[in-house]
Design a protein around this ligand. Structure first.
Ligand SMILES: [Zn+2]
Length: 72
């Protein structure tokens, strides 16, 4: 059976998985903990928003560079 992880370990996994994909066991632990811990669920949501914003930033910056002539 999986050991119960504390919130600090869970948040560490959350930030880790933005850089490297987690193994199946870590993903399960994360999902299980999020399922029973409201604080970590909220924390995970914040991480995902940050991650999405980070992904969206680069293409946007690139696009802005290409469209500067049209805008000015
Ligand atoms: Zn927690």
């Amino acid at each position: 059976m999986f050991k119960l992880m504390i919130c600090r370990e869970i948040t560490k996994l959350m930030s880790q998985r933005l850089d490297v994909p987690l193994g199946i066991k870590d993903r399960l632990l994360l999902q299980m903990h999020i399922g029973m811990c409201g604080a970590c669920r909220e924390c995970n949501r914040q991480f995902e928003l940050l991650h999405q914003a980070g992904n969206a930033y680069e293409p946007l910056a690139h696009e802005q560079g290409n469209t500067t002539e049209n805008l000015s």
